[in-house]
Design a protein around this ligand. Structure first.
Ligand SMILES: [Zn+2]
Length: 262
């Protein structure tokens, strides 16, 4: 196996014995990458510490076959710490992003710009005032969906392509099965629609186009966040055929708990 290097962030780790585990990384140069960490859980391991929410420089044996490669060395580049006010919420929003990418990223396909985007997202989650964490997450969610091929249509009807005027006073209809908004003429009886108020739609469309620093100036209440988040999760469950996995997603429950506990 060739020895390779790449910067990476941990998405998930599975322990499979007292001392060993498989770690799934989002690496800058190789995309999603699952590596065997033999003996890494042992205190005697000399290969450097594996930290969550940190930019790590990995050295690893890259497998070109079906089998997993092996982790050789880890060097810390930058750790994101969430000890500012609202720690629980920060942790929940940081793990939600990693959980989402673990589900959505295809294996071994470099996604350099999305990797950089995750790094800046974690930095914003570390530094932003806690009232802006929900809009940062929604913005991250929308961007990841678009980047990975599940772009929700919010500016036009997914049936006929007609532009939808977000400023009209009437309610809009968001259809998870059909990938976004559907105009009155294209609605099909029996399909499931989530009603979006003009205000909801303006907010979603604004976040879809927002940079993280723009999102870090938009306060959104918990109820509103939960509602919009749920609409996006439903879209994802249809579009990415992830129904079963999304059901088991713990991040929504974690976000809820962190909101009620703080
Ligand atoms: Zn239409």
């Amino acid at each position: 196996m060739p020895l390779e290097k790449s910067e990476a962030i941990v998405l998930k780790a599975f322990n499979w014995s007292e001392s060993s585990r498989t770690v799934v990384f989002f690496s800058r140069d190789f995309g999603k990458l699952a590596l065997v960490d033999k003996g890494g859980r042992s205190l005697k391991s000399k290969r450097g510490r594996l930290l969550p929410f940190a930019r790590l420089e990995l050295t690893f044996y890259n497998s070109e076959k079906e089998t997993r490669g092996y982790l050789a060395e880890i060097e810390l580049i930058e750790a994101y710490s969430f000890d500012k006010e609202g720690t629980l919420g920060r942790l929940a929003y940081a793990s939600a992003a990693c959980e989402l990418l673990n589900l959505l990223l295809p294996e071994k396909q470099a996604q350099g710009s999305l990797y950089e985007y995750l790094c800046s997202y974690l930095k914003f989650i570390m530094e932003a005032d806690r009232q802006y964490l929900p809009s940062l997450f929604l913005t991250f969610f929308l961007r990841s969906l678009s980047q990975l091929g599940y772009h929700p249509s919010l500016g036009f009807c997914g049936g006929c392509g007609k532009t939808v005027n977000a400023d009209s006073a009437t309610e809009h209809h968001f259809c998870p099965q059909r990938g976004g908004l559907i105009c009155g003429a294209c609605q099909i009886a029996g399909d499931y629609y989530i009603p979006l108020s003009p205000e909801d739609l303006r907010l979603l469309a604004a976040l879809q186009a927002a940079s993280l620093s723009e999102a870090a100036a938009v306060p959104i209440g918990y109820q509103k966040t939960a509602f919009l988040q749920d609409a996006l999760v439903q879209l994802l469950s249809y579009q990415a055929d992830l129904k079963a996995q999304l059901k088991s997603l713990e991040f929504l429950a974690k976000l809820k708990n962190s909101q009620t506990m703080e």
